[in-house]
Design a protein around this ligand. Structure first.
Ligand SMILES: [Ca+2]
Ligand SMILES: [Ca+2]
Ligand SMILES: [Ca+2]
Length: 422
């Protein structure tokens, strides 16, 4: 059995599995969009209905079109895929594909010269129909050749049209606050990879790209659906996983503080929420959209966690931004929900990407780190069945695999026939 360490720390995969009956919040249903996939790491939605996704280990960018997975990948990147490396981030710019015909990727490239070595980088791939053109590297990022951890890897376009990226500290914690080092940062970039207009730091190309600093490793970004504010999940060491509200120029404390600073430090910004021990290793994050969920859930932040395989929910006060009313650490348990009850040790399911889909519902990906060939890894959609169905685009209805009809209700023991990997 392989053991994979997401942030240098994987607590037991199976700690405290919720019973299947509590694997899902009441009134919600999880619908498989496409299953039998290998390490689906990140999703990106094209306005023309196509769904792009990144495969962490293979380095392939795949396309779902008219409900079908295209057999020819959009791109196949040469990646190092050990540890936390691989094809990590994926994003489509506003105006894609007509005004901005590029697919943006964040990956650990396998560089051949002068001798083979890993290089984290942000690149873009021209989108010429369903198959991409030659990869255009935009920015080389700090990479630790000895330790395959702390690579960061999330990409997201903000409501301002700029490209945001989470860069890990590359195992150089002392440099995470430095303005002369791209590791341990949230970057804010123009489409060509240069520092975005309006960034607070300037003076050289490194500084001009930095939006916030003092981060350890992080792979979750989400923009609030109403305020547009940027929220981030961050991985602590053996404790101190964090949820942060990212603001321009702030220093989020790593490595001086793990979680909130005690005593408080005026120059450092504490997280909105810090977890204790053991680390849960947060992954992707997305907001539950007003109008798509009951009022009590609207505007809440949902994020995945690698170590417990769950989706967690932060119950934000809708009237007072950043005020936390409660935390639901058992919002959804992917392993209890999806895997066979009688062989939990054979599977190691973890939610990776969590994001609002084009239909406004929350979409998430699941990978199986013990048995990647199991039928469970795939793309799923979480829907609140207590609301009347909104006008879901016809394309999306087509996209949901037929087995989705037999949706995964709470208490259901098995998830029924799932599509095999094409
Ligand atoms: Ca921090
Ligand atoms: Ca709420
Ligand atoms: Ca994402």
């Amino acid at each position: 059995v392989r053991r994979f360490l997401w942030t240098g720390l994987a607590a037991c995969a199976l700690l405290g599995l919720a019973s299947r009956a509590s694997a899902l919040p009441q009134g919600f249903v999880v619908e498989p969009v496409l299953t039998g996939l290998a390490y689906p790491m990140n999703l990106a939605f094209s306005p023309d209905g196509r769904v792009f996704f990144a495969e962490l280990r293979s380095g392939r960018v795949r396309v779902i079109k008219d409900g079908r997975l295209l057999s020819t990948p959009f791109a196949s990147l040469s990646v190092y895929s050990n540890g936390e490396r691989g094809l990590l981030g994926l994003a489509l710019p506003p105006g894609f594909p007509d005004q901005a015909p590029w697919v943006y990727v964040y990956y650990t490239a396998r560089v051949a010269q002068p001798e083979p070595h890993p290089e984290n980088r942000i690149a873009r791939i021209p989108a010429l129909g369903d198959v991409g053109g030659a990869v255009e590297p935009l920015l080389a990022l700090p990479t630790n050749a000895q330790n395959a951890v702390h690579n960061g890897g999330e990409l997201a376009f903000g409501p301002d049209g700029k490209l945001y990226a989470t860069v890990g500290d590359a195992f150089q914690a002392q440099n995470a606050p430095s303005l002369e080092f791209l590791g341990g940062k949230v970057l804010r970039l123009e489409l060509d990879g240069t520092g975005a207009a309006g960034n607070l730091f300037s003076g050289n190309p490194t500084r001009s790209r930095i939006w916030s600093r003092g981060h350890r490793n992080h792979i979750g970004l989400a923009f609030h659906p109403l305020s547009g504010g940027l929220y981030q999940t961050e991985n602590g060491p053996t404790s101190g996983d964090e949820i942060n509200h990212i603001v321009a120029g702030a220093n989020y404390g790593w490595p001086e503080c793990i979680g909130a600073c005690a005593p408080p430090e005026a120059s450092l910004t504490d997280p909105l929420l810090a977890y204790g021990s053991p680390a849960i290793a947060p992954t992707g994050a997305g907001f539950l959209r007003p109008g798509r969920v009951r009022t009590e859930f609207a505007g809440d932040l949902v994020f995945g966690a690698f170590n417990d395989g769950r989706l967690h929910r932060i119950d934000f006060d809708p009237a007072t931004p950043d005020r936390i009313l409660g935390v639901d650490d058992r919002f959804l348990d992917t392993e209890s929900l999806l895997a066979e009850e009688d062989d939990p040790a054979e599977h190691r399911l973890a939610p990776l990407d969590v994001t609002a889909g084009p239909d406004g519902h929350l979409w998430f990906t699941v990978a199986d780190f013990f048995d990647p060939d199991s039928p469970y890894p795939g793309i799923y959609r979480l829907r609140d069945t207590t609301l009347p169905p909104a006008g879901v685009p016809v394309r999306l209805v087509l996209l949901l695999v037929p087995t989705a009809v037999a949706a995964l209700w709470p208490g259901r023991r098995r998830c029924g026939p799932l599509a095999k990997r094409p």
